[in-house]
Design a protein around this ligand. Structure first.
Ligand SMILES: [Zn+2]
Length: 399
């Protein structure tokens, strides 16, 4: 099922993003005459996309019918992370109807992980939340070829290179599937339901194990020629004050991600614990080792909350380096908003304060005059909402 022309597609997106509206309001928004908009909406109702939802309040003259997206429309949003899978069912306006998640290891390869995904989709639909599925959006933690619907040389996803994720899930679920990088879908989630709702041009910075950036231009994700736009984790950060420059997983030295991010924080925390520079981290490391684990970025956050100076220093240095990169990006791109998200963004306000101070000091005043830099409010749901948004953009278009 597809809209038949551009007017119908625009009407559907207005209803998705703005909720139920009167025929008169919709006609004004798409600049169509009353009779023309009525014809398109009747056709959309026949196709099963929209339904009438009563009469609007009078604006003088005859009351206009309120139109809404069909209450049976269902999208599935899937967020495959390095260590977990999140699945959600949404309605046509991308509101969450049910959500399930489970730990997973993306390194176990596509067959195992996609079996887990299908299992979770089944659970999310179990209570009748989605008798029919109209589209499935998927985010994966690596670069994706949109044309092939498959990951391309993803560094942390062994066995996934060129694996047909889109076609495999499409065959299993009998619905259109769209696949994208996890950072891009989180940016779309922010655009649809987060702080970025009213913004058309923004940067979404994800600080997880690594660091990436979703670029939204004019309300659309910018992916670049080969789909790896926004891979800011491998921008080199000069740091003459540091005693040694860390080697990155990509083989270069001094990448942003080698300095900061979940993996780098865990490494630096362990070094501080082992050399006795932080008594708090040393004690936590003993606990973790006894449990068979090791220190994580979250431990650094807890240590910072207790006032541990080493942990505070790690967060400040990390925020400073990320701020240096962001200052350049802001001068180059002139966004209306910067949103910081991902697991390590949970380190919170200390980190945000450091990033803000560097960006506001180093970027041009014209670029930062009205530039909010904020933490994501959606947290863990940005990915699944954005995945649903990704496929809805496709299902609600003519192409
Ligand atoms: Zn690198």
């Amino acid at each position: 099922m597809r809209p038949e022309n551009g007017h119908q597609a625009r009407l559907l997106r207005l209803l998705r993003d703005g909720g139920p509206q009167s025929r008169a309001e919709l006609g004004e928004a798409v600049e169509l005459s009353k009779s023309k908009v009525a014809i398109e909406l009747d056709r959309l109702a026949e196709l099963g996309f929209v339904e009438t939802a009563g009469l609007a309040a009078s604006r003088g003259g005859r009351r206009s019918h309120v139109v809404a997206l069909a209450s049976s429309l269902r999208f599935v949003g899937i967020d495959i992370g390095a260590t977990s899978i999140d699945v959600a069912i949404t309605d046509g306006e991308l509101r969450l109807l049910s959500r399930v998640s489970a730990p997973a290891d993306v390194r176990e390869g596509p067959n195992t992980v996609l079996d887990q995904v299908l299992d979770l989709v089944g659970k999310a639909r179990a209570d009748g939340a989605a008798p029919e599925v109209h589209g499935v959006g998927v985010g994966v933690p690596g670069p994706v070829s949109q044309r092939d619907g498959a990951p391309v040389v993803p560094p942390i996803m062994p066995g996934w290179n060129h694996f047909p994720v889109r076609d495999t899930l499409g065959a299993a679920l009998g619905a259109p599937v769209m696949v994208d990088n996890d950072v891009n879908i989180m940016a779309l989630g922010e655009l649809h339901a987060g702080t970025a709702r009213s913004v058309r041009d923004l940067l979404f910075v994800k600080i997880g194990t690594g660091i990436g950036c979703g670029i939204v231009v004019g309300g659309e994700v910018y992916r670049g020629v080969t789909g790896c736009a926004g891979d800011i984790g491998h921008i080199q950060v000069d740091d003459t004050g540091a005693s040694s420059t860390p080697v990155c997983t990509c083989g270069n030295t001094g990448c942003l991600e080698a300095w900061f991010g979940g993996a780098a924080l865990a490494r630096d925390a362990e070094a501080a614990a082992r050399t006795g520079r932080s008594a708090w981290l040393a004690e936590r490391l003993q606990q973790r080792l006894a449990e068979g684990g090791s220190l994580t970025a979250a431990d650094v956050g807890v240590a910072a909350e207790t006032g541990d100076p080493v942990a505070l220093g790690l967060i400040r240095d990390g925020g400073h380096r990320l701020g240096q990169v962001l200052a350049s990006l802001v001068s180059f791109f002139n966004p209306g908003l910067v949103v910081i998200g991902g697991g390590v963004a949970g380190l919170g306000h200390q980190l945000l304060a450091e990033i803000r101070s560097v960006v506001y000091r180093r970027s041009l005043p014209l670029a930062t005059g009205n530039l909010p830099i904020v933490l994501s409010e959606l947290g863990g749901t940005a990915g699944v909402i954005g995945a649903a948004r990704l496929v809805s953009d496709s299902v609600l278009s003519t192409a």
